[in-house]
Design a protein around this ligand. Structure first.
Ligand SMILES: NC(=O)C1=CN([C@@H]2O[C@H](COP(=O)(O)OP(=O)(O)OC[C@H]3O[C@@H](n4cnc5c(N)ncnc54)[C@H](OP(=O)(O)O)[C@@H]3O)[C@@H](O)[C@H]2O)[C@@H](O)CC1
Ligand SMILES: [K+]
Length: 484
């Protein structure tokens, strides 16, 4: 699990540590870690650190200070280090240290792309957590040219231009090969589109005490998924694995009913009971003979996928809420929410649906998805899974937002959301709480898309989810996870 902290939290953590070790120490620790990672990168790409040519693009703040002190260390190891003054006045002590070690300073204004010839590594020390959106495009031209030329670009703390707290990456933001961050991860490392600008992220310990601070984000990795997945135990029967009831699909959108059923079946439900649209049922009966269609025992409901306009939608949702059973409300079901829901109910909107729920624009959601998903959870009382490039889960009253394991963009296709609804229901039916179930389901779908990469239709990806879940259970430690 990786935890991320906002700019305000990071500054408070840094101030607390500086109060005990002194102001300069933290920057020296950061510079030490940065120089070490830069040297590793040079050794890997060039075979040697000595004699390498390093270009450091610096801005006016401490981010540039980190880069300049790291440059001092690299110069001492025999690198030819050039600092490029790209924005404002560089950190004076950092600059003095670099110059004293034999580095030089040039003005960014006079540079052209040709000046990158012979450069082995570009260090982006323009802006870190003090960056504001709207960095002038010409300032970023050098790092953009370096990316085009295939040069390694090492970002200090964050790729300049990205927004640390929201994960936005305005056009022209630096595209790093590697990012070295200090003390803790920031949301921009974990949320798209900024996350993809970071390349490989390395965390340098600078002695921050994270113990008393509740993180803004908790990002899951595949091991976390394996640990929490509800694998059947030796005596589990179909009721221990859980019965999923589905009221999904419509005559207009029968496929959604079929796909949500695939999600529930291949997500590991002990039994799947389909009580949705007749046209969906006809296809399901042909393709998935294990699915049953009559009334009977249900341990978790999924409603809403592919409903379209449904005149009795309010009542259909209200009845399922009243059942008190774990419940997933997806897609068109989200149009029929009562004012207040319990946290055992899981809502699974994409950005557009979340915007409608919050009565704002889709752009407001994508501009700050963490704030949007948290706000939806607080307003409705439910657990909310925001689907998309970064899948976030929030629960009312809980500050930390969970981030599912990311996957490739191949899941961005019609029908993926329906399958995901079914996967969520399968995990909920096994007795896992809504918050964890949502992260597990979203993660497994993403991991499946990463394992079977390519333009596979959602029903095939759903089938492959079963393979990935099986592999999780055969991890290095043998059978892992919770038994149900
Ligand atoms: N604190 C610590 O203990 C430690 C901090 N560390 C390091 O410090 C970094 C944070 O440093 P920082 O606070 O100085 O902010 P930083 O990102 O360098 O930039 C601020 C400057 O840029 C300017 N500026 C911003 N946006 C702009 C724009 N769009 N266009 C133009 N100008 C813009 C901004 O101007 P202003 O907003 O004030 O007008 C200000 O002058 C952090 O990421 C980490 O690398 C490590 O050493 C570990 C210990
Ligand atoms: K930077």
């Amino acid at each position: 699990m990786r935890y991320a902290y906002t700019v305000a939290q990071t500054r408070a953590l840094e101030n607390a540590t500086m109060a005990t070790v002194g102001e300069a120490t933290l920057m020296q620790r950061a510079a030490h870690g940065l120089a070490g990672r830069a040297a590793d990168l040079l050794a890997r790409t060039r075979g040697t650190v000595y004699g390498s040519r390093v270009m450091i693009v610096v801005g006016p703040g401490n981010n540039g200070g980190d880069a300049l002190y790291a440059g001092q260390r690299l110069a001492r190891r025999g690198c030819s280090v050039t600092a490029v003054r790209a924005l404002g006045r560089p950190h004076p002590d950092g600059l003095a240290a670099l110059l004293a070690a034999g580095g030089r300073l040039v003005d960014g204004g006079g540079l052209s792309v040709d000046d990158l010839a012979g450069v082995d590594l570009v260090v982006d020390g323009l802006l870190g957590i003090g960056g504001r959106p709207g960095l002038p495009a010409d300032v970023l031209a050098l790092t953009a040219a370096a990316t085009v030329r295939g040069l390694p670009v090492l970002a200090v703390d964050l790729p300049s231009g990205v927004v640390s707290d929201t994960g936005q990456a305005p056009s022209g933001s630096v595209h790093a090969t590697r990012t070295v961050t200090f003390g803790c991860y920031k949301p921009g490392h974990l949320i798209e589109p900024a996350a993809s600008r970071c390349g490989r992220i390395e965390l340098v310990d600078i002695g921050l005490d994270l113990g008393g601070t509740v993180p803004a984000l908790a990002a899951w990795d595949p091991d976390d998924v394996a640990t929490h997945w509800p694998f059947p135990g030796p005596t589990s029967d179909k009721y221990a694995r859980g019965v999923v009831g589905l009221d999904t699909g419509s005559d207009a959108y029968p496929g959604a009913g079929v796909l949500s059923t695939h999600g529930a079946v291949y997500g590991g439900a002990g039994m799947v009971r389909f009580l949705g649209a007749q046209r969906s049922a006809e296809i399901i009966a042909r393709d998935l003979p294990n699915v049953v269609f009559g009334d009977g025992r249900v341990q978790c409901w999924l409603v809403g996928s592919g409903w379209g306009e449904r005149a009795d939608g309010d009542r259909a949702v209200a009845d399922r809420v009243a059942s008190g059973l774990p419940l997933v409300i997806d897609a068109d079901g989200l149009r029929h929410l009562p004012d207040r829901l319990p946290g055992t109910v899981l809502l699974t909107p994409h950005a557009g649906e979340l915007a409608r729920l919050l009565q704002c624009e889709r752009g407001d959601v994508t501009a700050d998805p963490v704030a949007a998903v948290r706000s939806a959870a607080d307003r409705t009382g439910a657990t909310v899974l925001l689907k998309g490039a970064t899948q976030l889960v929030a629960t009312a009253g809980t500050e930390t937002v969970e981030v599912a394991v990311p996957g490739p963009a191949w899941t961005g296709q019609a029908g993926s959301g329906d399958v995901l609804g079914g996967l969520c229901a399968a995990v909920l039916a096994a007795g896992v709480g809504a918050r964890t179930a949502a992260v597990l389901a979203a993660s497994v779908q993403a991991m499946t898309a990463a394992r079977f990469v390519g333009p596979l239709p959602p029903q095939e990806l759903a089938r492959h989810c079963a393979t990935v879940i099986g592999e999780l259970g055969r991890g290095p430690g043998g059978r892992r996870g919770e038994h149900r």
